[in-house]
Design a protein around this ligand. Structure first.
Ligand SMILES: Cc1ncc(COP(=O)(O)O)c(C=O)c1O
Length: 414
């Protein structure tokens, strides 16, 4: 019923994903952007606005807040007060604003790694300290992770480090904020209820704010478990804890409208919301007029397309997993997102940077080093199956040729 097989010429419109390799024979499977045309109702709504021909400043359409509220009630059993919503033109800027709104200069922010790069960069960009807490690898696969609660507790009792020089006990060295990516990019995991409860207890114990970026939450591939907003977990623990949350979300990933500049923050506490809005002043542009229109259409009419998309993504994920198994590259089998996280450390030991090596063999992947984990690569499988199969075939034959000439590459040799 919906078309997920046509290969579109995205170079013509300077798609960031494609122009990186404008003159090279490289299939781009890097940035988190899908190669599918948007849902027909979104296309129609934006087309109607284009036909209208006036692209001036635009306020949020009447009824959009209410659509968001109803959507969150239906999907996540979360009652959002319309007053809590702050429209944004992107999520990365929301991460940076959260850092500014929650932490004074030099105060610190916890991020788990590996993680989407802005979670590691935002604290430094805003003059705050970063406390990177690696997720704990479990099992032999190399791509199974859990939150390392022992390490989390340990960092809270460590003395201030060189990046945050201050007098001991000085409040300016305090850790104030946890940045959470939920579901998690790049590992593709849904944290369990038990993990989230434990994390909420940790935030309560240490009086932390939490900024939870939930942009991948409508891309739960198996839909066995509904998405559980972290703010809801906090609120269920204690209503006061809800006031320490910022939830970032948007339809950029699910409906492939990242270029339309529309997202939102949900901030229940009025004081925190004011600080967030003050940080926006004079710097953050309003959401794009087409973004508002697309958001409204996605809420109102996007669901059939999203369900069809999930079926396609599940099939693509399984295709990728089967191919990586044949290649003997340890990898995630993501519960959410359209991103597979691949442990290429053994290969990297022999060839140098694995992302560069795959690029030289015709496939553009994201380099794990940018996510805080060198030796890994991330593969975006949200692309028509024909293209995906071609990319996987290139990877497989490149590895086969390499292995004929070199010692075997296995997880154990990493
Ligand atoms: C977790 C997460 N947050 C934010 C973004 C980017 O959002 P935006 O383009 O709205 O800044 C991405 C993109 O991949 C992401 O994975």
């Amino acid at each position: 019923m919906f078309d997920f097989t046509t290969v579109h010429d995205r170079r013509r419109w300077s798609a960031t994903k494609w122009v990186k390799y404008r003159d090279q024979e490289v299939i781009p499977l890097w940035i988190a952007d899908m190669d599918f045309a948007v849902a027909p109702p979104i296309q129609a709504a934006v087309a109607a606005q284009v036909a209208h021909g006036n692209f001036g400043y635009m306020s949020a359409p009447h009824g959009l807040r209410q659509l968001l509220v109803e959507d969150h009630r239906r999907r996540y059993s979360w009652e959002v007060d319309p007053a809590w919503i702050v429209w944004l033109s992107g999520l990365v800027l929301g991460i940076n604003l959260a850092v500014k709104a929650c932490c004074a200069a030099q105060e610190k922010v916890i991020s788990f790694s590996p993680v989407y790069p802005p979670f590691l960069k935002a604290p430094g960009l805003q003059g705050r300290g970063l406390v990177e807490v690696p997720l704990k690898r479990i099992g032999v696969v190399g791509t199974d992770y859990v939150i390392d609660f022992d390490r989390l507790e340990a960092v809270m009792s460590e003395p201030p480090d060189a990046t945050t020089p201050a007098v001991p006990g000085d409040a300016s060295t305090a850790t104030r904020l946890l940045l959470l990516c939920h579901p998690h990019n790049p590992i593709g995991r849904l944290f369990t209820r038990a993990e989230l409860d434990r994390l909420a207890a940790f935030c309560e114990r240490h009086d932390l704010y939490v900024c939870s970026d939930e942009v991948h939450c409508d891309l739960i591939l198996d839909e066995k478990v509904p998405h559980l907003p972290f703010a809801r977990v906090m609120a269920e623990r204690s209503p006061a804890l809800l006031q320490r949350t910022i939830t970032l979300n948007g339809q950029g990933k699910t409906y492939n409208i990242a270029g339309l500049g529309i997202a939102w923050a949900i901030i229940p506490d009025a004081g925190l919301r004011t600080r967030f809005k003050v940080a926006m002043q004079g710097l953050v542009p309003d959401a794009c007029c087409f973004g508002f229109t697309a958001a409204q259409a996605a809420f109102a009419e996007g669901e059939p397309w999203r369900l069809a998309l999930l079926a396609q993504l599940r099939s693509n994920r399984d295709l990728v997993s089967a191919a990586l198994d044949r290649m003997q590259l340890p990898h995630s089998h993501p519960e959410a997102t359209y991103l597979t996280w691949i442990d290429a450390r053994a290969l990297a030991e022999q060839v140098g940077n694995a992302a560069t090596w795959f690029e030289e063999h015709g496939v553009g992947l994201s380099d794990g080093a940018d996510f805080g984990q060198p030796g890994y690569v991330r593969l975006n499988f949200a692309t028509p199956p024909r293209l995906l199969q071609e990319a996987l075939a290139r990877m497989e034959s490149a590895l086969a040729r390499y292995r004929q000439a070199a010692p075997p590459i296995t997880a154990e040799s990493a």
